[in-house]
Write a protein that binds this ligand. Structure first.
Ligand code: NAD
Length: 423
C-alpha cells in the first residue's frame, strides 16, 4: 500500500484513503502523471518530543508532528490538531488533503498539517499553554509566514493560535502576525474566520443542492460533530429554511423529525459542552444516527466515519463532507452504488483555509477588510471553485472527489513541472 518505510497504511486508514484517491485521479492527469509520485510522498515530516512540567510537579512527554506535504505552489498551510488518536500517518493524510484543498480552491499555498497526541481536556490552561509554546518552539525550525502557516483544527482555537504567534515572535525577535491564522482579531485575526468553514460548508452545500434539485426550504439535514464546523453549518442551513433533524457529537446522539429549535440547541451545547441532556429531541443510540432519514448528511467530526457498513445504512441524497476524510474508500464505493452524491472535503470545507488566506494577506498589508467584504469574497471563490469541479465531473463522467482531485492535482503538478527538479 505504501512506498514509505515509516508508515504502514491500510486501505481505509487515513493515508491509505489519501493514496487511493491519488490512484483514482492518475488516469485523468494526462502527461502530468509523470510527476504523480510527488503527491504520494510528503516533502518533509518532523516528529517532536514535547516535555512539560504538569501542575502536580511531574514531567509529561507528548509526541507532536508537523508534516509539509507539498510546498510546490507556495508556503505550507494547514491546521494543528490536539487529539489522543493523532498519529504521524493521520497528520500525513491531513497534510496531503491540504495540498489538494488549497489547489482545488486555487489558493497560493502548498499543504501542511500538524498535531499533538494529547487529550487536551485532561490539561489545565497553564499546561495547555506550556504544551503549545514548547510545540511551537520545536516546529519553529520549519514554520514561518513565508514557509508554513499553521491554523486551528480539532481542539485548537484562537487562544492557542495567539500563544503560537507569541512564541514564534519571541523566538525570532519580531512580532510576526502572519505566522499563524485563526488568531484573535486584536492580533491580526480576520473577521469571519471563526465561522468560515461552517459557512463554506453551507455555501458549497447550497450549490450542490441546486445542481441536484434539492429544495432548501424544508430540506432535512443530519449533522455529525457539533463543534466549530458542524454547529455553524447547521445554523446556516436552519436559517435558510432547512430542518436539522439529527445531531451526534462525542457526548451522544439526538433526533427530531420536525427539526430542532436551533437557538435552544446551540445554547445547550454552549452551556454543557455537548448535545447530551438536550430536551428538544429524542435520544438515540449512536449507531442509530446513521439510519435517520435526511436529504443532506454532514459528517463534521473526524475521519473514517462513513465506512462500508454505515454507508449501507445511510438514508440521504447528499453527503457534504465538513470533516476531513470522513468517508473511507469502501464507504464511498457503497454510496456511489446507491446513487448518493458525495461533495468531498477538499471543496466542502475549504471555507476555513480561504479566509485564513484572507487573514494572511491582510496581515502582510496591515490593512483589514470588513466582514461583508470577506464573506462576499469567500462566497465568490467557493461558488466558482465548485462550478469548475462540478463541470469537470460532468465532462469526464467522474465522481466529484475525482473531479476535485483532477483540478487540484493538475495545478500542483503543472507547477512542479514548471519549477523543475532541484538541483
Ligand atoms: P471541533 O473540535 O470544534 O468539533 C469537533 C466535533 O466533533 C465536536 O462536536 C465533538 O463532540 C465531535 N466529535 C468528536 N469525536 C466524535 C465522535 N467520536 N463521534 C461523534 N462526534 C465526535 O472541531 P472542528 O473545528 O469543528 O473540526 C471538525 C472537522 O472539520 C475535523 O475533521 C476538522 O479537520 C475539519 N475542519 C475544520 C476546519 C476549521 O476551520 N475548524 C477547517 C476544515 C476542516
Amino acid at each position: 500500500m505504501s512506498n514509505l518505510s515509516f508508515v504502514s497504511p491500510t486501505r481505509n486508514s487515513p493515508w491509505g484513503t489519501y493514496l487511493s484517491q491519488i490512484d483514482a485521479v492518475e488516469p485523468y492527469l494526462g502527461r502530468l502523471s509523470r510527476w504523480v509520485e510527488t503527491l504520494r510522498r510528503p516533502k518533509r515530516a518532523l516528529i517532536v518530543d514535547i516535555p512539560i512540567e504538569l501542575d502536580n510537579g511531574t514531567v509529561a512527554h507528548f509526541e507532536g508532528y508537523r508534516v509539509q506535504h507539498s510546498l510546490t505552489r507556495g508556503p505550507g498551510k494547514g491546521g494543528v490538531r490536539y487529539h489522543p488518536d493523532v498519529t504521524l500517518e493521520e497528520v500525513m493524510a491531513l497534510s496531503g488533503w491540504m495540498t489538494i484543498k488549497n489547489a482545488a480552491v486555487n489558493l497560493p499555498y502548498g499543504g501542511a498539517k500538524g498535531g499533538i497526541r494529547v487529550e487536551p481536556k485532561m490539561l489545565s490552561q497553564k499546561e495547555l499553554e506550556k504544551l503549545t509554546r514548547r510545540y511551537t518552539s520545536e516546529i519553529g525550525l520549519i514554520i514561518g509566514p513565508n514557509q508554513d502557516i499553521p491554523a486551528p483544527d480539532v481542539n485548537t482555537n484562537g487562544k492557542i493560535m495567539a500563544w503560537m504567534m507569541d512564541t514564534y515572535s519571541m523566538n525570532v525577535g519580531a512580532t510576526s502576525t502572519g505566522v499563524v491564522t485563526g488568531k484573535p482579531i486584536e492580533l491580526g485575526g480576520s473577521l469571519g474566520r471563526v465561522a468560515a468553514t461552517g459557512r463554506g460548508v453551507f455555501v458549497v452545500g447550497r450549490e450542490a443542492m441546486r445542481r441536484l434539485g434539492i429544495e432548501m426550504e424544508g430540506a432535512r439535514v443530519a449533522v455529525q460533530g457539533f463543534g466549530n464546523v458542524g454547529s455553524i453549518a447547521a445554523k446556516m442551513f436552519a436559517s435558510s429554511g432547512a430542518s436539522i433533524v439529527a445531531v451526534q457529537d462525542h457526548t451522544g446522539s439526538i433526533a427530531n423529525t420536525l427539526g430542532f429549535d436551533m437557538a435552544a440547541l446551540l445554547a445547550h451545547v454552549a452551556e454543557h459542552g455537548g448535545v447530551k441532556g438536550f430536551q428538544g429531541g429524542d435520544v438515540i443510540a449512536n449507531e442509530e444516527f446513521w439510519d435517520q432519514p435526511s436529504d443532506v448528511l454532514i459528517p463534521a467530526a473526524l475521519e473514517g466515519q462513513i465506512d462500508e457498513q454505515r454507508a449501507r445504512r445511510i438514508q440521504t441524497r447528499l453527503v457534504l463532507e465538513g470533516a476531513n476524510g470522513p468517508t473511507t474508500p469502501d464507504g464511498e464505493a457503497v454510496l456511489a452504488d446507491r446513487g448518493i452524491v458525495v461533495v468531498p472535503d477538499v471543496i466542502a470545507n475549504a471555507g476555513g483555509v480561504t479566509v485564513s488566506y484572507f487573514e494572511w494577506v491582510q496581515d502582510f498589508s496591515s490593512f483589514f477588510w470588513t466582514e461583508d467584504e470577506i464573506n462576499l469574497r469567500l462566497d465568490k471563490i467557493l461558488v466558482g471553485a465548485f462550478k469548475h469541479i462540478w463541470e469537470t465531473g460532468e465532462q469526464h463522467r467522474i465522481p466529484l472527489r475525482t473531479a476535485a482531485f483532477t483540478v487540484a492535482c493538475s495545478r500542483v503538478l503543472q507547477a512542479r513541472e514548471e519549477r523543475g527538479l532541484y538541483p
